[in-house]
Design a protein around this ligand. Sequence first.
Ligand code: NDP
Length: 325
Amino acid sequence: TQAPVNVTVTGAAGQIGYALLFRIASGQLLGQDVPVKLRLLEIPQAVKAAEGTAMELDDGAFPLLAGIDIFDDPKQAFEGTNIALLVGARPRSKGMERGDLLEANGGIFKPQGEAINAGAADDIKVLVVGNPANTNALIARSHAPDVPADRFTAMTRLDHNRALAQLSKKLGVPVTEIKKLAIWGNHSATQYPSVQHAEVAGKGVEVDQAWLENDFIPTVAKRGAAIIEARGLSSAASAASAAIDHVYTWVNGTAEGDWTSAGVVSDGSYGVAEGLISSFPVTAKNGKYEIVQGLEIDDFSRARIDASVAELVEERDTVQKLGLI
Ligand code: NDP
């Protein structure tokens, strides 16, 4: 049997953590034959709550769960880790400026990047979920110079899944029939969910432009707020589900003839400044995400991608000025 894979989850006592940890323990992150060891990182005030979650994980008697350790020190939490899910982040409080938010998150993601650089396993894969996810990933990455850049990713799979769900309802076809949707840019309200290359049964998708602009794009981009409004709580379970999907696909690959979306380090493709962590259509093979190349980008898509990427540039410039990268 295989040795357990070490999975570190930060913000383990939070809402997303609560939904995520049980799915990892049940084998859905990596596959049904891969044992996992959980390493939970929390801030000191939340360690007790994480211990409570760990008690419930014990009580699940999960056959694939090989152990749980809890830490409040990133150096220890990332020691020997193979997969890091960076969920804990500083939420934006009322009246907080974007610069303050980025600065507070720098205090979290800089030491975590350093700890990953110092102690993680050679095959480390990092997914940042905590917002602003793309820029938090950029901060962590810039403090892990010994880790290949393509190991740092940010989550836009939830946006991708939301787009699949909306298009599936509109077209009256199951989500499994829809291929080649893509989320471009930042995981924020400026993101661009694109149907330009989408296919159903090998054929392009025909939807009217007014529906795209006035319904589909804003529904996908503002879905988080709509769920808070309806549920009174944030969309933690679907975020956890998307994190599972992101890592599962990264490790196990995308299907032939399809792709997914992820925030990955730009190599300059599609005019996205090199080094930014931006969402692209990506394929996964042999444990690597790669940006889909050679797509034609129409004028509408071009303008939307540029607008979202401009926001990423602004965030990067802010954290640069703050000395966080
Ligand atoms: P959640 O578990 O609900 O969310 C965690 C992060 O994920 C937030 O940054 C949130 O961003 C982001 N997120 C991304 N997608 C979604 C989505 N669809 N729905 C909701 N959130 C999303 O937050 P909690 O406050 O419940 O828990 C956070 C935990 O993290 C706390 O236990 C805290 O102690 C811990 N923490 C740990 C740190 C560490 O380990 N070093 C550092 C900081 C915090 P958004 O704010 O935009 O909703």
